[in-house]
Design a protein. Sequence first.
Length: 304
Amino acid sequence: MSGAAPHPRRWIDAALAWYFVAVWGSGYLATKIALQYAPPFTFLTLRYLFGLACLVPVLLWLRPEWPASRTALGHLIVAGLLMHVVQLSGSHYAQYLGMSAGIAAVIISVQPLLTALIASRWLGESLGTRQWAGVAIGLAGVALVVWHKIDIREVSTGSLLGTLVALVGVTGGTLYQRHFCPRANLVSAAFIQFAASVVVLAPLGIAVEGFAVRWEWPLFAAAAFLMIFASILAVNTLHVLMRHGEATRVTSLMYLPPIFAVALELAMFNVVPSALTLLGIMVTCGGVALAVWKARGEPSPAVD
């Protein structure tokens, strides 16, 4: 019917997408604060212990379904370790070792391009010229946005390796959960994945870092923000969006958090973006629009 209102789910997905972008962009700042008080493995262990404590009352209230088999449980654990341990350990250590936010943002922003290649080759997603162009243009835009922050002198072998590990983790984790755990309950899945992450991270925090912590309120504030709004709500938002849309379209949102971080810098620290940054923002938004745009009547993919 001509002129029909958009499906309500599209409005919900749009709101979820903007929530994800805002929290993921804010996470750069929160992580920078947290790493001043605890090294990466130690901080991530504390973060996930706090997450488990937050989820216990939710589990008792909602009583969600749990994995029905060992295979389903194993898939959830693998997806969680990729997303919560591999990705965040890599990105946190890159920052901890001094990599600039600009270089980290550019490397991690390769994710939509990597996702597009995997989705078109192994997941059976047919990508049109518009989607490929959007992915490429979005990456170019991110490079322009963060260009002024790029200092190649701050790149060490360890920090570069950490960022590449993070790229593999976030790409593999989102695609693995979408393919192998498409119908998993996200609340019980989060509890399982946080518990598995603590089992892996706690020994690393003790053996590698001596579990050194400066117990001050900024650490607690950063941990609470990153756990509740990022690890629980934003990550599950990403999984919900992946269930509702093609992998390439959804992960193209990863181009937008650096732009939100620029806006946050302006609001909080009065850091005025350069003309090149503003151009990059426009280019990035255009690329994301090309990647995620659907023609009217184009069907949404069904969850496997």
